[in-house]
Design a protein around this ligand. Structure first.
Ligand code: ADP
Ligand code: MG
Length: 240
């Protein structure tokens, strides 16, 4: 049986679906960011992934490294705000770590996330878990992916599924945390009781990777608590 992998076509579809997911959730994301931020994150992400879509559509037969480094550069340019530099670095450096690879198997996925995360963390000024940022969602996801690599019974799909669960728990953990980094840190204790927006988009990105790999498109959050916690999400459906 050929080893399961995310090929270039699927990777491009993932990026296009992330744009669809960010657009579908723009109201939710703007609402979240208006509580303890400046309400621009959802709009920034839509702008960034629109540029990603435009850039990817100009490439001819790209390998996964070219796709990911293109994504990284487009996000650095297109997103703006702190998250543009953070997500841009993540995809750019994660992409470089896959040099020469034809597709992303389970091991490569862990490599991509580990390298991207390490570079993002350095760019962030050494943000650690517990400081109420996207790091709180990504750190457990990276750990989960690395654990999946050392367990032969875990398939690529399972590894993605476990990483999504880990990111979701990490995202939810930000609600009760006090922000130590980013704009929300200015609010001090006032930041407690709101889910971090960057942790939320990190969860949605991973979720879209999983859903796309399984043939879906990602989710729209249809019901949420005033603290930002997701109460209900529905699968986005393909337009015919
Ligand atoms: P800005 O605050 O510049 O408007 P965005 O709204 O684009 O940035 O993104 C805000 C998100 O970026 C935060 O919710 C947080 O998850 C993440 N973030 C901001 N600063 C940092 C940092 N120093 N380390 C890690 N993540 C950060
Ligand atoms: Mg902002």
């Amino acid at each position: 049986m050929p080893e399961e992998q995310i090929d270039s076509t699927t990777l491009i579809r993932i990026m296009d679906n992330i744009l669809t997911v960010m657009m579908a959730n723009e109201d939710y994301l703007t609402r979240l960011d208006s509580e303890i931020g400046d309400a621009d994150h959802g709009i920034n992400m839509v702008r960034g992934f629109t540029l990603v879509h435009d850039r990817l559509s100009t490439l001819t037969d790209p390998d996964v490294e070219v796709i990911l480094t293109t994504v990284g550069m487009a996000l650095m340019e297109g997103v703006g705000g702190s998250s543009g530099a953070l997500y841009g670095t993540f995809f750019y450096q994660g992409g470089l770590s896959l040099h020469g690879k034809k597709g992303i198997d389970k091991r490569s996925l862990a490599q991509l996330f580990s390298s991207g995360y390490a570079a993002m963390q350095e760019m962030s000024g050494g943000t650690k878990p517990g400081e109420k940022t996207m790091i709180d969602a990504l750190d457990p996801a990276v750990k989960s992916l690395n654990e999946s690599v050392s367990d032969d019974r875990v398939t690529l799909g399972d590894a993605l599924g476990r990483a999504v669960v880990a990111a979701r728990v990490g995202m939810e953990s930000t609600i009760m945390l006090m922000a130590m980094k980013g704009r929300a840190a200015y609010l001090g204790e006032g930041s407690i009781g709101h889910q971090d927006i960057g942790a939320t988009t990190s969860y949605l990105i991973l979720r879209t990777m999983l859903d796309t790999y399984k043939g879906g498109m990602g989710v729209i959050v249809t019901k949420y608590d005033p603290n930002g916690s997701i109460l209900m999400e529905e699968n986005l459906l393909k337009k015919n």
